[in-house]
Design a protein around this ligand. Structure first.
Ligand code: BES
Ligand code: MN
Ligand code: ZN
Length: 491
Protein backbone atom coordinates (compact mmCIF):
# COMPACT_ATOMS: atom_id res chain seq x y z
CA UNK A 1 0.00 0.00 0.00
CA UNK A 2 1.19 3.41 -1.02
CA UNK A 3 0.57 6.53 1.08
CA UNK A 4 0.95 9.73 -0.91
CA UNK A 5 0.85 13.37 0.13
CA UNK A 6 -0.84 15.43 -2.56
CA UNK A 7 -2.22 18.90 -3.20
CA UNK A 8 -5.17 17.96 -5.42
CA UNK A 9 -8.17 19.99 -4.16
CA UNK A 10 -10.85 17.72 -2.71
CA UNK A 11 -13.13 19.04 -5.40
CA UNK A 12 -11.00 17.45 -8.10
CA UNK A 13 -9.89 14.25 -6.40
CA UNK A 14 -11.14 10.99 -7.88
CA UNK A 15 -11.09 7.54 -6.33
CA UNK A 16 -13.13 4.95 -4.44
CA UNK A 17 -13.70 6.72 -1.14
CA UNK A 18 -13.17 10.26 0.04
CA UNK A 19 -13.00 10.71 3.82
CA UNK A 20 -13.86 14.13 5.23
CA UNK A 21 -13.34 15.14 8.86
CA UNK A 22 -15.61 17.51 10.81
CA UNK A 23 -15.27 18.96 14.29
CA UNK A 24 -18.09 18.43 16.74
CA UNK A 25 -20.97 20.88 16.31
CA UNK A 26 -19.22 22.44 13.32
CA UNK A 27 -20.56 20.24 10.56
CA UNK A 28 -20.97 22.77 7.76
CA UNK A 29 -21.01 22.23 4.05
CA UNK A 30 -19.58 25.55 2.91
CA UNK A 31 -16.98 26.90 0.47
CA UNK A 32 -15.40 24.16 -1.63
CA UNK A 33 -17.49 21.51 0.13
CA UNK A 34 -20.65 23.29 -1.05
CA UNK A 35 -19.32 23.04 -4.60
CA UNK A 36 -18.45 19.38 -4.05
CA UNK A 37 -21.92 18.75 -2.64
CA UNK A 38 -23.45 20.26 -5.74
CA UNK A 39 -21.24 18.08 -7.91
CA UNK A 40 -22.45 15.04 -5.92
CA UNK A 41 -26.12 16.09 -6.27
CA UNK A 42 -26.50 17.03 -2.61
CA UNK A 43 -25.14 13.76 -1.21
CA UNK A 44 -23.15 15.45 1.56
CA UNK A 45 -26.01 17.44 3.05
CA UNK A 46 -28.36 14.52 2.70
CA UNK A 47 -26.00 12.12 4.46
CA UNK A 48 -25.39 14.58 7.30
CA UNK A 49 -29.12 15.17 7.79
CA UNK A 50 -30.15 11.53 7.47
CA UNK A 51 -27.57 10.17 9.92
CA UNK A 52 -27.82 13.20 12.24
CA UNK A 53 -24.06 13.42 11.94
CA UNK A 54 -22.74 15.90 14.52
CA UNK A 55 -18.98 15.34 14.28
CA UNK A 56 -18.62 13.56 17.63
CA UNK A 57 -15.31 11.74 17.91
CA UNK A 58 -15.71 8.14 16.92
CA UNK A 59 -18.86 8.81 14.86
CA UNK A 60 -18.92 8.21 11.12
CA UNK A 61 -21.29 7.95 8.19
CA UNK A 62 -20.76 6.35 4.81
CA UNK A 63 -22.71 6.51 1.61
CA UNK A 64 -22.44 5.40 -1.98
CA UNK A 65 -22.53 8.22 -4.52
CA UNK A 66 -24.50 7.87 -7.76
CA UNK A 67 -22.91 6.14 -10.73
CA UNK A 68 -20.66 8.22 -12.90
CA UNK A 69 -19.46 10.25 -9.95
CA UNK A 70 -15.70 10.83 -9.69
CA UNK A 71 -15.91 9.66 -6.07
CA UNK A 72 -17.70 6.38 -5.43
CA UNK A 73 -18.18 6.69 -1.69
CA UNK A 74 -18.15 9.45 0.89
CA UNK A 75 -16.94 8.76 4.43
CA UNK A 76 -17.70 11.37 7.09
CA UNK A 77 -15.71 11.13 10.32
CA UNK A 78 -16.23 13.05 13.55
CA UNK A 79 -13.12 14.72 15.00
CA UNK A 80 -14.64 15.63 18.36
CA UNK A 81 -14.21 19.06 19.95
CA UNK A 82 -11.83 21.41 18.13
CA UNK A 83 -10.25 22.39 21.50
CA UNK A 84 -9.30 18.77 22.16
CA UNK A 85 -7.74 18.21 18.72
CA UNK A 86 -4.31 16.57 19.11
CA UNK A 87 -1.93 14.49 16.97
CA UNK A 88 -3.34 11.45 18.74
CA UNK A 89 -6.82 12.42 17.51
CA UNK A 90 -5.42 12.26 13.97
CA UNK A 91 -3.83 8.90 14.70
CA UNK A 92 -7.13 7.47 15.93
CA UNK A 93 -9.09 9.07 13.07
CA UNK A 94 -6.57 7.75 10.52
CA UNK A 95 -7.09 4.29 12.02
CA UNK A 96 -10.90 4.62 11.93
CA UNK A 97 -10.90 5.79 8.30
CA UNK A 98 -8.59 2.95 7.25
CA UNK A 99 -10.90 0.40 8.90
CA UNK A 100 -13.96 1.91 7.22
CA UNK A 101 -12.25 1.95 3.82
CA UNK A 102 -11.31 -1.69 4.27
CA UNK A 103 -14.86 -2.58 5.24
CA UNK A 104 -16.12 -0.70 2.18
CA UNK A 105 -13.61 -2.57 0.03
CA UNK A 106 -12.10 0.67 -1.26
CA UNK A 107 -8.86 0.49 -3.20
CA UNK A 108 -8.15 4.17 -3.65
CA UNK A 109 -8.81 6.27 -0.56
CA UNK A 110 -8.57 10.04 -0.21
CA UNK A 111 -8.33 11.65 3.23
CA UNK A 112 -9.02 15.29 3.93
CA UNK A 113 -8.45 16.30 7.55
CA UNK A 114 -7.52 19.59 9.21
CA UNK A 115 -3.85 20.30 9.85
CA UNK A 116 -2.97 20.22 13.54
CA UNK A 117 -1.30 23.31 15.00
CA UNK A 118 -0.02 24.45 11.59
CA UNK A 119 2.28 21.44 11.57
CA UNK A 120 1.71 19.50 8.34
CA UNK A 121 4.56 17.08 9.16
CA UNK A 122 3.08 16.02 12.52
CA UNK A 123 -0.34 15.84 10.85
CA UNK A 124 0.76 13.61 7.96
CA UNK A 125 2.88 11.46 10.29
CA UNK A 126 0.03 10.86 12.74
CA UNK A 127 -2.52 9.99 10.04
CA UNK A 128 -0.07 7.63 8.32
CA UNK A 129 0.76 5.92 11.64
CA UNK A 130 -2.94 5.41 12.37
CA UNK A 131 -3.57 3.90 8.94
CA UNK A 132 -0.58 1.56 9.04
CA UNK A 133 -1.22 0.32 12.57
CA UNK A 134 -4.95 -0.22 12.06
CA UNK A 135 -4.48 -2.15 8.83
CA UNK A 136 -1.88 -4.53 10.26
CA UNK A 137 -3.37 -7.99 10.33
CA UNK A 138 -1.49 -11.03 11.54
CA UNK A 139 -2.35 -13.96 9.28
CA UNK A 140 0.71 -16.05 10.08
CA UNK A 141 -1.05 -18.77 11.99
CA UNK A 142 -4.13 -19.30 9.80
CA UNK A 143 -3.88 -21.95 7.12
CA UNK A 144 -6.22 -19.76 5.02
CA UNK A 145 -5.99 -15.98 5.40
CA UNK A 146 -9.28 -14.53 6.67
CA UNK A 147 -9.58 -11.49 4.46
CA UNK A 148 -9.43 -12.21 0.81
CA UNK A 149 -11.00 -8.95 -0.35
CA UNK A 150 -8.69 -6.63 -2.25
CA UNK A 151 -6.68 -4.53 0.14
CA UNK A 152 -6.26 -0.81 0.01
CA UNK A 153 -3.83 0.04 -2.78
CA UNK A 154 -3.36 3.75 -2.33
CA UNK A 155 -4.11 6.42 0.24
CA UNK A 156 -3.90 10.09 -0.75
CA UNK A 157 -3.46 12.60 2.06
CA UNK A 158 -5.06 15.71 0.60
CA UNK A 159 -3.54 19.10 1.29
CA UNK A 160 -0.34 17.60 2.68
CA UNK A 161 1.93 17.72 -0.37
CA UNK A 162 5.62 17.72 0.48
CA UNK A 163 5.24 15.60 3.63
CA UNK A 164 6.86 12.49 2.17
CA UNK A 165 9.54 12.47 4.85
CA UNK A 166 6.99 12.45 7.66
CA UNK A 167 5.22 9.54 5.97
CA UNK A 168 8.46 7.61 5.59
CA UNK A 169 9.20 8.14 9.29
CA UNK A 170 5.73 6.89 10.15
CA UNK A 171 6.45 3.79 8.09
CA UNK A 172 9.71 3.16 9.96
CA UNK A 173 7.94 3.60 13.28
CA UNK A 174 5.06 1.36 12.25
CA UNK A 175 7.50 -1.32 11.12
CA UNK A 176 8.88 -1.37 14.66
CA UNK A 177 5.44 -1.53 16.28
CA UNK A 178 4.35 -4.31 13.92
CA UNK A 179 7.51 -6.31 14.60
CA UNK A 180 6.82 -6.02 18.34
CA UNK A 181 3.18 -7.04 17.87
CA UNK A 182 4.12 -10.10 15.85
CA UNK A 183 6.75 -11.19 18.36
CA UNK A 184 4.25 -10.89 21.23
CA UNK A 185 1.47 -12.61 19.28
CA UNK A 186 3.67 -15.54 18.24
CA UNK A 187 2.95 -18.59 20.40
CA UNK A 188 5.58 -19.84 22.82
CA UNK A 189 6.36 -22.87 20.66
CA UNK A 190 7.26 -20.50 17.81
CA UNK A 191 8.81 -17.59 19.68
CA UNK A 192 11.65 -18.95 21.81
CA UNK A 193 14.94 -17.57 23.09
CA UNK A 194 16.53 -18.99 19.94
CA UNK A 195 14.13 -17.26 17.56
CA UNK A 196 14.38 -14.02 19.54
CA UNK A 197 18.14 -14.11 18.98
CA UNK A 198 17.51 -14.79 15.28
CA UNK A 199 15.20 -11.78 15.10
CA UNK A 200 17.90 -9.63 16.69
CA UNK A 201 20.32 -11.00 14.08
CA UNK A 202 17.94 -10.05 11.26
CA UNK A 203 17.56 -6.50 12.63
CA UNK A 204 21.33 -6.21 12.93
CA UNK A 205 21.98 -7.30 9.36
CA UNK A 206 19.07 -5.35 7.83
CA UNK A 207 19.87 -2.04 9.46
CA UNK A 208 23.55 -2.30 10.25
CA UNK A 209 23.51 -2.69 14.02
CA UNK A 210 26.12 -4.55 16.04
CA UNK A 211 24.99 -7.75 17.70
CA UNK A 212 26.41 -9.63 20.66
CA UNK A 213 24.66 -12.76 21.91
CA UNK A 214 25.92 -14.08 25.23
CA UNK A 215 25.40 -17.83 25.52
CA UNK A 216 24.83 -19.56 28.84
CA UNK A 217 28.56 -20.11 29.55
CA UNK A 218 29.36 -16.45 28.98
CA UNK A 219 26.51 -15.44 31.27
CA UNK A 220 27.95 -17.81 33.87
CA UNK A 221 31.36 -16.17 33.52
CA UNK A 222 29.74 -12.79 34.10
CA UNK A 223 28.11 -14.16 37.24
CA UNK A 224 24.53 -13.73 36.04
CA UNK A 225 23.15 -16.12 38.65
CA UNK A 226 19.75 -14.43 38.85
CA UNK A 227 19.04 -14.70 35.11
CA UNK A 228 20.42 -18.23 34.93
CA UNK A 229 18.40 -19.33 37.96
CA UNK A 230 15.23 -18.56 36.01
CA UNK A 231 16.57 -20.28 32.87
CA UNK A 232 17.51 -23.51 34.70
CA UNK A 233 14.40 -25.59 34.07
CA UNK A 234 14.01 -24.80 30.39
CA UNK A 235 15.14 -27.20 27.69
CA UNK A 236 15.74 -24.12 25.58
CA UNK A 237 19.14 -22.37 25.88
CA UNK A 238 18.93 -18.85 27.35
CA UNK A 239 20.10 -16.00 25.12
CA UNK A 240 21.39 -12.68 26.40
CA UNK A 241 20.84 -10.27 23.51
CA UNK A 242 22.81 -7.05 23.16
CA UNK A 243 22.17 -5.07 19.98
CA UNK A 244 23.93 -1.75 19.48
CA UNK A 245 22.98 1.12 17.21
CA UNK A 246 25.81 3.60 16.66
CA UNK A 247 25.33 6.82 14.71
CA UNK A 248 27.90 7.87 12.14
CA UNK A 249 29.37 10.86 13.99
CA UNK A 250 29.93 11.33 17.71
CA UNK A 251 26.76 10.35 19.57
CA UNK A 252 24.90 13.17 21.29
CA UNK A 253 23.91 10.76 24.04
CA UNK A 254 24.27 7.08 24.96
CA UNK A 255 21.21 5.16 26.11
CA UNK A 256 20.27 1.62 27.05
CA UNK A 257 16.86 0.05 26.59
CA UNK A 258 16.17 -3.24 28.35
CA UNK A 259 13.19 -5.51 27.82
CA UNK A 260 11.93 -8.39 29.95
CA UNK A 261 12.13 -11.41 27.67
CA UNK A 262 10.24 -14.38 29.09
CA UNK A 263 9.05 -16.24 25.99
CA UNK A 264 6.81 -18.19 28.38
CA UNK A 265 6.12 -17.78 32.08
CA UNK A 266 4.63 -20.89 33.66
CA UNK A 267 5.38 -19.46 37.10
CA UNK A 268 8.01 -22.13 37.71
CA UNK A 269 7.44 -24.39 40.73
CA UNK A 270 5.11 -21.71 42.10
CA UNK A 271 3.16 -22.64 39.01
CA UNK A 272 0.41 -20.36 37.79
CA UNK A 273 -2.87 -21.97 38.83
CA UNK A 274 -6.28 -22.02 37.19
CA UNK A 275 -7.56 -18.55 36.33
CA UNK A 276 -4.11 -17.00 36.51
CA UNK A 277 -3.91 -16.50 32.77
CA UNK A 278 -1.08 -18.98 32.23
CA UNK A 279 -2.31 -19.49 28.67
CA UNK A 280 -1.58 -15.82 27.89
CA UNK A 281 1.98 -15.91 29.18
CA UNK A 282 3.51 -15.90 25.70
CA UNK A 283 3.22 -12.13 26.05
CA UNK A 284 5.72 -12.07 28.89
CA UNK A 285 8.39 -11.02 26.39
CA UNK A 286 6.48 -7.84 25.52
CA UNK A 287 9.29 -5.71 26.92
CA UNK A 288 11.88 -7.49 24.78
CA UNK A 289 9.55 -7.21 21.79
CA UNK A 290 9.25 -3.45 22.29
CA UNK A 291 13.03 -3.26 22.62
CA UNK A 292 13.58 -5.10 19.33
CA UNK A 293 10.78 -3.14 17.67
CA UNK A 294 12.43 0.12 18.75
CA UNK A 295 15.77 -1.18 17.43
CA UNK A 296 14.14 -1.92 14.10
CA UNK A 297 12.70 1.60 13.86
CA UNK A 298 15.81 3.36 15.16
CA UNK A 299 18.03 1.43 12.74
CA UNK A 300 16.02 3.09 9.95
CA UNK A 301 15.47 6.52 11.52
CA UNK A 302 19.18 6.87 12.27
CA UNK A 303 19.24 9.43 15.10
CA UNK A 304 22.55 10.85 16.42
CA UNK A 305 22.25 8.84 19.64
CA UNK A 306 23.97 5.57 20.54
CA UNK A 307 21.45 3.02 21.76
CA UNK A 308 22.00 -0.37 23.38
CA UNK A 309 19.09 -2.80 23.14
CA UNK A 310 19.30 -5.52 25.75
CA UNK A 311 17.28 -8.53 26.79
CA UNK A 312 18.01 -11.57 28.92
CA UNK A 313 15.73 -14.01 27.12
CA UNK A 314 14.57 -17.33 28.54
CA UNK A 315 11.50 -19.31 29.60
CA UNK A 316 10.27 -19.84 33.16
CA UNK A 317 9.57 -23.57 33.26
CA UNK A 318 9.43 -26.55 35.61
CA UNK A 319 11.58 -29.68 35.61
CA UNK A 320 13.94 -31.56 37.89
CA UNK A 321 16.43 -28.78 37.22
CA UNK A 322 14.09 -26.00 38.22
CA UNK A 323 15.11 -23.44 40.81
CA UNK A 324 13.36 -24.20 44.08
CA UNK A 325 11.28 -21.77 46.03
CA UNK A 326 13.82 -20.92 48.73
CA UNK A 327 16.89 -21.01 46.51
CA UNK A 328 19.40 -18.22 46.99
CA UNK A 329 20.80 -16.76 43.78
CA UNK A 330 23.73 -14.40 43.31
CA UNK A 331 23.34 -11.67 40.70
CA UNK A 332 26.22 -10.23 38.67
CA UNK A 333 26.64 -7.27 41.05
CA UNK A 334 27.24 -9.73 43.91
CA UNK A 335 23.85 -9.26 45.60
CA UNK A 336 22.19 -12.38 46.92
CA UNK A 337 18.48 -13.02 46.41
CA UNK A 338 16.24 -15.44 48.26
CA UNK A 339 13.68 -16.72 45.77
CA UNK A 340 10.53 -16.86 47.88
CA UNK A 341 8.40 -17.11 44.76
CA UNK A 342 9.59 -18.53 41.43
CA UNK A 343 6.80 -16.63 39.65
CA UNK A 344 8.50 -13.31 40.39
CA UNK A 345 11.05 -14.27 37.73
CA UNK A 346 11.06 -11.16 35.56
CA UNK A 347 12.90 -9.06 38.12
CA UNK A 348 15.56 -11.79 38.42
CA UNK A 349 16.30 -11.69 34.70
CA UNK A 350 16.19 -7.88 34.68
CA UNK A 351 18.60 -7.65 37.62
CA UNK A 352 21.48 -9.03 35.55
CA UNK A 353 20.45 -7.05 32.48
CA UNK A 354 20.49 -3.81 34.51
CA UNK A 355 23.95 -4.53 35.88
CA UNK A 356 25.19 -5.31 32.36
CA UNK A 357 23.67 -2.07 30.97
CA UNK A 358 25.17 0.13 33.64
CA UNK A 359 28.64 -1.25 32.91
CA UNK A 360 28.31 0.13 29.36
CA UNK A 361 28.60 3.65 30.77
CA UNK A 362 25.38 4.98 29.24
CA UNK A 363 23.69 8.28 30.18
CA UNK A 364 20.34 6.69 31.02
CA UNK A 365 18.68 3.28 31.20
CA UNK A 366 15.02 2.44 30.63
CA UNK A 367 13.59 -1.01 31.15
CA UNK A 368 10.20 -2.26 29.97
CA UNK A 369 8.62 -5.31 31.52
CA UNK A 370 5.32 -7.16 31.82
CA UNK A 371 6.33 -7.33 35.44
CA UNK A 372 3.32 -7.44 37.76
CA UNK A 373 -0.36 -8.21 37.83
CA UNK A 374 -0.45 -5.61 40.61
CA UNK A 375 0.28 -2.86 38.07
CA UNK A 376 -2.69 -4.00 35.98
CA UNK A 377 -4.89 -3.85 39.09
CA UNK A 378 -3.62 -0.32 39.79
CA UNK A 379 -3.79 1.21 36.30
CA UNK A 380 -5.95 -1.10 34.20
CA UNK A 381 -5.36 -2.44 30.73
CA UNK A 382 -4.51 0.77 28.90
CA UNK A 383 -1.92 2.48 31.08
CA UNK A 384 1.65 1.50 31.88
CA UNK A 385 3.30 2.35 35.19
CA UNK A 386 6.40 4.54 35.25
CA UNK A 387 8.76 4.05 38.17
CA UNK A 388 11.89 6.16 38.54
CA UNK A 389 13.70 8.11 41.23
CA UNK A 390 14.85 10.55 38.53
CA UNK A 391 12.55 13.51 37.74
CA UNK A 392 14.35 14.38 34.50
CA UNK A 393 13.99 10.91 32.99
CA UNK A 394 10.39 10.86 34.25
CA UNK A 395 9.59 14.09 32.40
CA UNK A 396 11.34 12.87 29.24
CA UNK A 397 9.40 9.63 29.19
CA UNK A 398 6.05 11.23 30.03
CA UNK A 399 6.54 13.67 27.15
CA UNK A 400 7.64 10.92 24.78
CA UNK A 401 4.62 8.78 25.66
CA UNK A 402 2.20 11.69 25.35
CA UNK A 403 3.52 12.43 21.88
CA UNK A 404 3.29 8.74 20.99
CA UNK A 405 -0.28 8.38 22.18
CA UNK A 406 0.77 5.62 24.61
CA UNK A 407 -0.59 6.10 28.11
CA UNK A 408 1.87 6.21 31.00
CA UNK A 409 1.40 7.21 34.64
CA UNK A 410 4.13 7.87 37.19
CA UNK A 411 3.94 5.70 40.28
CA UNK A 412 5.66 6.31 43.63
CA UNK A 413 8.91 4.57 44.56
CA UNK A 414 8.02 4.46 48.25
CA UNK A 415 11.29 3.51 49.97
CA UNK A 416 9.49 2.43 53.11
CA UNK A 417 8.06 -0.53 51.22
CA UNK A 418 11.59 -1.83 50.74
CA UNK A 419 11.10 -3.44 54.17
CA UNK A 420 8.81 -5.90 52.38
CA UNK A 421 11.61 -7.40 50.27
CA UNK A 422 14.30 -7.64 52.96
CA UNK A 423 15.35 -11.21 53.55
CA UNK A 424 16.53 -12.54 56.93
CA UNK A 425 19.02 -14.79 55.16
CA UNK A 426 20.05 -13.05 51.90
CA UNK A 427 20.42 -9.42 50.76
CA UNK A 428 16.94 -9.40 49.28
CA UNK A 429 13.99 -11.62 48.59
CA UNK A 430 12.30 -11.45 45.22
CA UNK A 431 8.72 -11.05 46.43
CA UNK A 432 7.10 -8.71 48.92
CA UNK A 433 3.56 -8.65 50.32
CA UNK A 434 0.62 -8.33 47.92
CA UNK A 435 -0.18 -4.67 48.64
CA UNK A 436 1.98 -2.35 46.54
CA UNK A 437 3.28 -5.29 44.50
CA UNK A 438 4.31 -3.20 41.50
CA UNK A 439 6.19 -0.78 43.77
CA UNK A 440 8.21 -3.45 45.58
CA UNK A 441 9.03 -4.93 42.17
CA UNK A 442 10.44 -1.54 41.08
CA UNK A 443 12.33 -1.16 44.38
CA UNK A 444 13.84 -4.59 43.77
CA UNK A 445 15.10 -3.50 40.33
CA UNK A 446 16.56 -0.32 41.80
CA UNK A 447 18.97 -2.49 43.82
CA UNK A 448 20.76 -3.33 40.57
CA UNK A 449 21.43 0.26 39.52
CA UNK A 450 24.17 2.28 41.16
CA UNK A 451 24.08 5.80 39.81
CA UNK A 452 22.88 5.89 36.20
CA UNK A 453 19.54 7.66 35.71
CA UNK A 454 17.07 4.82 35.29
CA UNK A 455 13.37 4.26 34.76
CA UNK A 456 11.21 1.17 34.76
CA UNK A 457 7.99 0.82 32.76
CA UNK A 458 5.57 -1.88 33.92
CA UNK A 459 3.67 -2.70 30.71
CA UNK A 460 1.75 -5.78 31.91
CA UNK A 461 -1.59 -4.05 31.12
CA UNK A 462 -1.16 -2.34 27.75
CA UNK A 463 0.97 -5.03 26.07
CA UNK A 464 -2.27 -6.77 25.05
CA UNK A 465 -5.70 -5.48 23.99
CA UNK A 466 -8.79 -7.61 24.44
CA UNK A 467 -10.62 -5.61 21.83
CA UNK A 468 -9.89 -3.15 19.05
CA UNK A 469 -9.15 0.32 20.46
CA UNK A 470 -7.75 3.35 18.63
CA UNK A 471 -4.77 2.26 16.54
CA UNK A 472 -4.69 -1.11 18.31
CA UNK A 473 -6.37 -4.16 16.89
CA UNK A 474 -7.36 -6.86 19.33
CA UNK A 475 -4.30 -8.79 20.48
CA UNK A 476 -0.71 -7.64 20.81
CA UNK A 477 -0.35 -3.84 20.74
CA UNK A 478 3.40 -3.29 20.35
CA UNK A 479 3.13 -0.95 23.34
CA UNK A 480 6.29 0.97 24.13
CA UNK A 481 7.93 1.13 20.71
CA UNK A 482 6.57 4.59 19.89
CA UNK A 483 7.39 6.00 23.33
CA UNK A 484 10.93 4.60 23.17
CA UNK A 485 11.57 5.96 19.69
CA UNK A 486 10.29 9.43 20.67
CA UNK A 487 12.44 9.32 23.78
CA UNK A 488 15.59 8.49 21.82
CA UNK A 489 14.92 10.99 19.02
CA UNK A 490 13.66 13.98 20.98
CA UNK A 491 15.58 13.99 24.25
N1 BES B 1 4.58 -12.13 34.00
C1 BES B 1 3.97 -11.97 35.26
C2 BES B 1 3.19 -10.67 35.39
C3 BES B 1 1.97 -10.51 34.56
C4 BES B 1 0.73 -10.75 35.11
C5 BES B 1 2.05 -10.05 33.28
C6 BES B 1 -0.40 -10.56 34.36
C7 BES B 1 0.92 -9.86 32.53
C8 BES B 1 -0.31 -10.11 33.06
C9 BES B 1 5.04 -11.98 36.35
O1 BES B 1 6.15 -12.75 36.09
C10 BES B 1 4.40 -12.54 37.56
O2 BES B 1 4.07 -13.68 37.55
N2 BES B 1 4.23 -11.70 38.57
C11 BES B 1 3.64 -12.08 39.78
C12 BES B 1 4.52 -11.54 40.88
C13 BES B 1 4.19 -12.09 42.23
C14 BES B 1 4.55 -13.55 42.31
C15 BES B 1 4.98 -11.29 43.23
C16 BES B 1 2.25 -11.47 39.85
O3 BES B 1 2.06 -10.35 39.34
O4 BES B 1 1.36 -12.11 40.36
MN1 MN C 1 5.91 -14.77 36.72
ZN1 ZN D 1 6.60 -13.07 34.14
Amino acid sequence: MDIRAIDTPRLDWTGDALALGFFEDAVEVTDDLAVLDEKLSGTLNELIAETEFKGKEGSSAVTRVGAGSPVRKIILVGLGKAEAFQPDTLRRIGAAIARLAKKEKSKILGISLPVWNQAPDATAGAIAEGILLALHKDNRFKSEPEDKEPLLERVDLLGLAGQEEAITRAQFLASGVILARELVAAPPNECTPITMAQTAQAIASNHNLQLEILEQEECEQLGMGAFLGVAKASDMPPKFIHLTYKPEGTPRRKLAIIGKGLTFDSGGLNIKGAGSGIETMKMDMGGAAATLGAANAIGQLKPDVEVHFISAVTENMISGHAMHPGDILKASNGKTIEVNNTDAEGRLTLADALVFAEKLGVDAIVDLATLTGACVIALGDDIAGLFTPDDTVAQELLQASEKAGEKLWRMPMEEKYFEGIKSPIADLKNTGPRPGGSITAALFLKQFIQETPWAHLDIAGPVWADKENGVNNSGATGYGVRTLVNWVLNH
